[in-house]
Write a protein that binds this ligand. Structure first.
Ligand code: NAD
Length: 300
């Protein structure tokens, strides 16, 4: 059987696949190229790119499995895959710890003005008075989407002496109890939290779930963290909320358009930004590569 690896996954994963299958590596092909090529393959491996559109899926006459090394499946047309009986697998457990750790890296960078301190000092400026920060201890962390990553965030937040509340459409009381989390309504989480962190998938129900109305409910000292998907937050509303100091600031790892070179958000001072780095650690990448190879083997 033939597997097309269309995104750069860890060598260990590729090695595992090569033990069983005829593997071709062609990272990030254009859609037209992928449509042309896919007809010969039984399996396809991607990450958040390339996009696996209906056209790609329909051209994959032999295709039996699509493996997404990572979590979000929003780049794959799941409806089209289902119609053709193609299994879609991912490696959701690989990156939870890495994403949760990045959330705290971003929060601390914003709360303690680390980026500003670093760049001022490099420019030989000692501006301690402008760098007054805020503590995490005793603050309320609001977790929207209390799944794998959300739960790991709660675990770390406990170490900082934070109180955790969460909103989720599915309640897992056992998991909540484990990390001392209390479920609340979305409105309560938005109103009561000092830090609001998003860990829902991007699906039609979560698109722009944080918009103008939701920003109005937040404390004006609140920090919003988005390491989920850009589309979960209405970026225009976020820009206005930040510009008008309706909230304290935002930590953003993901954007509606990536890279967000044209985004007006990048002109603002009260944000800390990274480049979709949540799962970008050696450990998470290695785990994702190995797990996706194993998932593909299970299907084939
Ligand atoms: P998960 O499935 O374990 O958790 C998601 C939670 O969101 C679930 O508990 C689910 O019930 C809840 N949910 C779904 N729809 C909801 C809604 N409308 N309102 C409230 N809650 C809702 O997923 P996870 O492993 O924790 O990952 C979460 C998301 O993080 C992924 O879907 C992905 O988009 C994103 N992610 C980002 C990076 C990154 O690099 N920044 C890396 C990995 C994952």
């Amino acid at each position: 059987m033939k597997i097309l690896v269309a995104a750069k996954i860890d060598e260990e994963g590729i090695k595992k696949l090569k033990e069983r299958y005829d593997v071709e590596l062609d990272f990030y092909p254009e859609e037209s190229e992928l449509i042309e090529k896919i007809k010969d393959f039984d399996g396809l491996v991607v990450r958040s790119k390339p996009k696996v559109t209906r056209e790609v899926i329909e051209a994959g006459k032999k295709l039996k499995v699509i493996g997404r090394a990572g979590v979000g499946l929003d780049n794959i047309d799941l409806e089209a895959a289902k119609e053709r009986g193609i299994k879609v697998v991912n490696s959701p457990l690989a990156s939870s710890e890495s994403v949760a750790e990045l959330v705290f890296a971003l929060i601390l960078a914003l709360a303690r003005k680390i980026i500003k301190a670093d760049s001022a000092l490099r420019n030989k400026k000692w501006i301690k008075k402008e760098l007054l920060g805020v503590e995490l201890y005793g603050k309320t962390m609001g977790i929207i989407g209390y799944g794998r990553i959300g739960a790991h965030v709660a675990k770390i937040a406990g170490g900082f002496g934070m109180k955790c509340i969460a909103y989720d459409v599915i309640k897992n009381e056992e998991l909540a109890k484990k990390y001392g989390v209390v479920y609340k309504s979305l409105e309560e989480v938005l109103r009561e939290s000092d830090i609001i962190t998003l860990h829902v998938p991007l699906i039609p129900q979560t698109k722009h779930m944080i918009g103008e109305k939701e920003f109005k409910m937040m404390k004006n000292t609140a920090i919003l963290v988005n390491a989920a998907r850009g589309g979960v937050v209405d970026e225009k509303a976020l820009y206005n909320a930040l510009k008008n100091n309706e909230i304290y600031g935002a930590c953003l790892d993901v954007f509606e358009t990536e890279p967000p070179f044209e985004s007006p958000l990048l002109e603002l001072d009260n944000i800390v930004v990274t480049q979709h780095l949540g799962a970008n650690t050696r450990e998470a990448q290695r785990k994702a590569g190995i797990m996706i190879a194993e998932e593909i083997m299970k299907v084939l």
